[in-house]
Design a protein around this ligand. Structure first.
Ligand SMILES: [Zn+2]
Length: 452
C-alpha cells in the first residue's frame, strides 16, 4: 500500500516533537504519523531539520474591513505565505458587517471563489438588532460572535451598549458560542480624546493618552460580569495589559468561561523604544502600552493566553502617515509575519518555540472556535494543514509581502524562522518562493462543536 503524499521533517504534535518524523497524507487528511523510514508514497516532501507545525489559525483577521469581500483574496494569499491555513474572519466588512444570513451567504461564496486558505467566520449584530438572526447564523456554522463597545464607525464598527451586550450574551450562552469583544469604554475614550485634542499635542503618546488602560479595563470588567451572569463564554480579543489577564483569571477561578487573546504586536513592540521610529505605524486600539511586554510574555509562559492573532488590517500606509495622529487609521497588517514574529519572540524568551506556535496558534484557537479536532493539530484524522518552519536569520521585508498592502511595522526585524512551505488540506500552496495554490481552494469551515 502506498500513500499519496509523505511530508518529512521534525514533526510537532501536541504530545512531542519528532525529529526525523513523517506525516502520511491521503487526499485532504493525515492518515499516519511516525519516525524513521517513512512508508511508500507517490510524492515525498523532505524538509530535513525544519519543523513541521500544524497550519496556523489566525484568530483575528480583518480581510474585508476596507476592500469589502474582495480583500479575502490578497489577505488569504499572504496568509498561506505566512503558514496560516485558517483565517478566523472578523465580521466588520465594508460596507455592512456580517449580521444577516444574506451577508453570511455572500461571504461564504466569496471565500469559495477568492480564498487561498480555509476561513471560519465571526458574526455580529447591528445596533438594536434582536438576537433572532444569531440563532440562524449559529446553525449555519459561524464560530463565534463579536462586538465592539466603542464606536469607530456608526455602521461598520458600531458601539453595542450594555443592554444589547447582555441580550447577545444570553443568546451565546444558549448557543454555546463565544462572544468576542473589542474592549474599550467609549465615554472614557471620547472624553480623553477631546481633552488631548485641546492640548494641540501630537505623537503616539497622545494616542495612548486618548485611550488609557482604564478605558480597556472598565469595558473588560463590565463585559466579564455580564457574561458571568448569563453563563456565556466571554472572549476578549485584545488584551494589552497584564491587569486584563488578572481580571480574566479571577473570573475563571470563580468557574466562569473567559478567554483572552493577544495580538503579536503587543508582545513585540514598546512605544517607549519603538514609538519614535514607527509613530502612527504602530497606532492600534487598544494602544500598545509602555513597559508591559515582559509581563505579557509571562502570560504566555503561564498559559493564561488562549490565542495569538495578527488583527491583520488591509489599511494603506498613506492612511497611517502624513496627517495628525488623531486622523491616522488604527491597525496594522501582519498575517504574513505573524507566525515567524511569534516564533522569534518565543525563542528570545527561551521557551520551546515550535511547541508554542503549535499550541497558541493552532490547538488553542481551534478549541475556542470549535474547529478541533478537524483543525488545530498534526494528528491522525485531522485535515493535513501544515506549515514548515525553517530555522535561520531572516530580515522581514514587506515590499515582498503578498497582502497588496506592502508595509509593515515589522520591516527590518530579524526573525529566527521563515515559512518554507504551507499545505492546506494536503495541497502544497506555498513553496517558500511562490504561491502555488489557487484562490478557489479555500473553504468555509463551520464550527464543529461547542467549547469545552
Ligand atoms: Zn481586530
Amino acid at each position: 500500500m502506498s500513500y499519496e503524499k509523505v511530508v518529512r521533517g521534525t514533526v510537532v504534535t501536541p504530545e512531542a516533537s519528532i525529529p526525523g518524523g513523517w506525516i502520511a497524507i491521503d487526499g485532504e487528511t493525515i492518515r499516519e504519523i511516525g519516525e524513521g523510514k517513512p512508508p511508500a508514497a507517490l510524492e515525498v516532501h523532505d524538509f530535513g531539520q525544519s519543523w513541521i507545525v500544524p497550519g496556523g489559525i489566525d484568530a483575528q483577521t480583518h480581510a474585508g474591513s476596507y476592500w469589502g469581500l474582495a480583500g479575502l483574496e490578497p489577505t488569504s494569499r499572504a496568509a498561506v505565505c505566512g503558514g496560516i491555513t485558517t483565517m478566523v474572519e472578523m465580521p466588520f466588512d465594508n460596507p455592512i458587517p456580517l449580521s444577516t444570513m444574506e451577508l453570511f451567504h455572500a461571504k461564504v461564496k466569496a471565500i469559495e471563489n477568492l480564498s487561498y486558505c480555509d476561513v471560519a467566520l465571526y458574526g455580529t449584530c447591528a445596533p438594536h438588532q434582536d438576537t433572532d438572526e444569531m440563532y440562524r447564523l449559529a446553525e449555519a456554522g459561524v464560530c463565534a460572535f463579536k462586538i465592539s463597545v466603542c464606536e469607530s464607525h456608526p455602521v461598520r464598527f458600531p458601539r453595542i451598549p450594555a443592554d444589547q451586550q447582555l441580550a447577545m450574551l444570553q443568546a451565546c450562552a444558549e448557543l454555546g458560542l463565544p462572544l468576542g469583544i473589542h474592549n474599550e469604554d467609549q465615554e472614557i475614550v471620547r472624553y480623553n480624546t477631546q481633552r488631548m485634542r485641546e492640548t494641540g499635542k501630537e505623537g503616539l503618546a497622545v494616542h495612548s493618552a486618548c485611550r488609557p488602560e482604564a478605558a480597556e479595563l472598565a469595558a473588560t470588567a463590565l463585559f466579564l460580569e455580564l457574561a458571568a451572569v448569563t453563563g456565556a463564554q466571554a472572549h476578549i480579543v485584545h488584551i494589552s495589559t497584564p491587569r486584563g489577564f488578572e481580571l480574566l483569571d479571577g473570573y475563571r477561578k470563580g468557574g466562569h468561561k473567559t478567554t483572552g487573546e493577544i495580538c503579536v504586536h503587543y508582545l513585540l513592540f514598546d512605544p517607549e523604544s519603538d514609538g519614535e521610529k514607527l509613530g502612527a505605524l504602530i497606532k492600534v486600539n487598544p494602544p500598545i502600552r509602555p513597559g508591559v511586554r515582559e509581563a505579557l510574555w509571562d502570560q504566555i509562559r503561564n498559559d493564561r493566553v488562549q490565542c495569538i492573532s495578527s488583527d491583520h488590517s488591509t489599511m494603506s500606509r498613506e492612511n497611517k502617515l502624513g496627517g495628525s495622529i488623531f486622523d491616522a487609521g488604527p491597525g496594522v497588517p501582519g498575517i504574513e509575519s505573524l507566525m515567524p514574529a511569534f516564533f522569534t519572540g518565543v525563542e528570545a524568551h527561551e521557551m520551546d518555540a515550535p511547541a508554542a506556535v503549535a499550541r497558541f496558534m493552532s490547538e488553542k484557537p481551534a478549541k475556542l472556535f470549535g474547529l478541533w479536532p478537524k483543525k488545530g493539530a498534526i494528528a491522525v484524522g485531522a485535515d493535513a494543514d501544515l506549515a514548515v518552519l525553517q530555522p535561520g536569520r531572516f530580515i522581514y521585508d514587506s515590499s515582498k509581502a503578498h497582502d497588496d498592502v506592502n508595509w509593515s511595522p515589522f520591516d527590518g526585524m530579524t526573525f529566527t524562522a521563515k515559512v518554507a512551505s504551507t499545505f492546506v488540506r494536503g495541497r502544497q500552496v506555498w513553496n517558500g518562493a511562490d504561491v502555488i495554490g489557487q484562490k478557489d481552494l479555500g473553504q468555509f469551515v463551520p464550527r464543529q462543536q461547542s467549547p469545552s
